[in-house]
Design a protein around this ligand. Structure first.
Ligand code: PRT
Ligand code: MG
Length: 221
């Protein structure tokens, strides 16, 4: 029985690598240099598939992979497609506590966010995270027009496209370099292990074993 683990290149792969090593499933090739999309691991029964970060929950939910690693940002945005109950068939067994950051609202340093909110003005917000942002501002009773972007959100307030952005912040360096300031924290984000619910039944023993060794590796860090 082969176990398939979905990972994205870049940050998620780099930060998951120590856990792959600890659990004995490091890939036999480096995804940054290999052109392969399916990588073998040290364990003959475990393989890694490389997908876009935002596609990890989709692969795992529909069984294209048994397990996956995705940021909470990506998971919540994905889950919002199924009102309230979350994505069916997608189970979130473990916080890996890596790729940590926060999701925040940021504005140009000369934009008075607090008074715009107080006055009940409509605020134009650019973000990749439209579902999460919609919920956040609705909860706060702030009126917003959301503009969907796929990257470089920091540019939006600088060009007049938007008044504010909802984006991930870790060191704050990117905001600072672009004359933006964080005005609200929406949530803390970290990478989560996700599992396909049907696979958890069909491949119960090997999957439980692997999830448990991920959990042990997380506890040790
Ligand atoms: O590459 P692709 O478009 O497929 O996906 P992606 O760009 O979303 O992937 P990637 O690898 O950049 O991020 C994968 C996951 O890492 C995200 O879903 C988050 O859960 C997590 N993560 C942790 C981050 C950050 N920290 C982070 N700082 N993802 C992005 N950033 C970006 C942020 O968007 C901003 O542009 O880094 C910039 C801010 O960083 P600081 O340090 O300057 O504050
Ligand atoms: Mg990227």
């Amino acid at each position: 029985m082969t176990i398939t683990l979905a990972l994205s290149k870049g940050r998620i792969f780099e930060e998951t690598l120590p856990l792959l090593t600890e659990t004995g499933i490091q890939t036999t090739e480096d995804p940054e240099t290999s052109r392969k999309l399916i990588l073998a691991t040290r364990r003959p029964d475990v393989r890694v598939v490389l997908v876009r970060a935002a596609d990890v929950p989709t692969y795992v939910q529909y069984g294209g992979a048994d397990l996956g690693v995705a940021g909470l940002d990506v998971l919540l945005e994905h889950a919002a497609q199924w009102d309230g109950s979350g994505a069916p068939g997608l189970y979130q067994p473990l916080d890996l506590k890596l790729a940590r950051c926060r999701m925040s609202v940021a504005v140009r340093d000369d934009f008075d966010y607090a008074s715009a909110v107080r006055q009940g003005s409509r605020i134009r917000v650019a973000t990749k995270y439209t579902q999460t942002a919609r919920r956040h501002f609705a909860d706060k009773g702030v009126h917003v027009d959301l503009i969907k972007l796929y990257g470089s959100m920091e540019l939006a307030p600088l060009t007049g496209l938007a008044d504010a952005i909802v984006d991930l912040v870790s060191t704050g360096g990117t905001l600072k370099a672009n004359h933006l300031v964080e005005v609200e924290r929406i949530m803390d984000v970290s990478a989560r292990l996700v599992a396909n619910q049907a696979a958890l039944k069909l491949k119960r023993e090997p999957l439980r074993g692997l999830i448990e060794s991920f959990a042990a590796a997380v506890r040790q860090r």
